[in-house]
Design a protein. Sequence first.
Length: 93
Amino acid sequence: EIYMKQGCPPGKQWCFVTFATPEEAQSAAANTNNVLQFAGAIRPCEVTLARNQGLFGQNPIAGGPQQGFAQQQMIPDGPKKVFVGTLPDYISR
């Protein structure tokens, strides 16, 4: 599943990609962060595990008030959502 933010300022296009498994999400982030670069782009994309895995900022994986073991319980299967930033402006889907 892909969620593309609409109406971003130039140079600020981003999306979320939700994978079927935490392993797929981790692999995508590890293998494409600062490597994935679209034709005509001036820099590679930032690809990381999304800080929040649920809708509307729910289920934080880092930096929130819940950390450690309690944090891991919030996402029993592990993070499946990846943030992709610095997409070229011409990317629409």
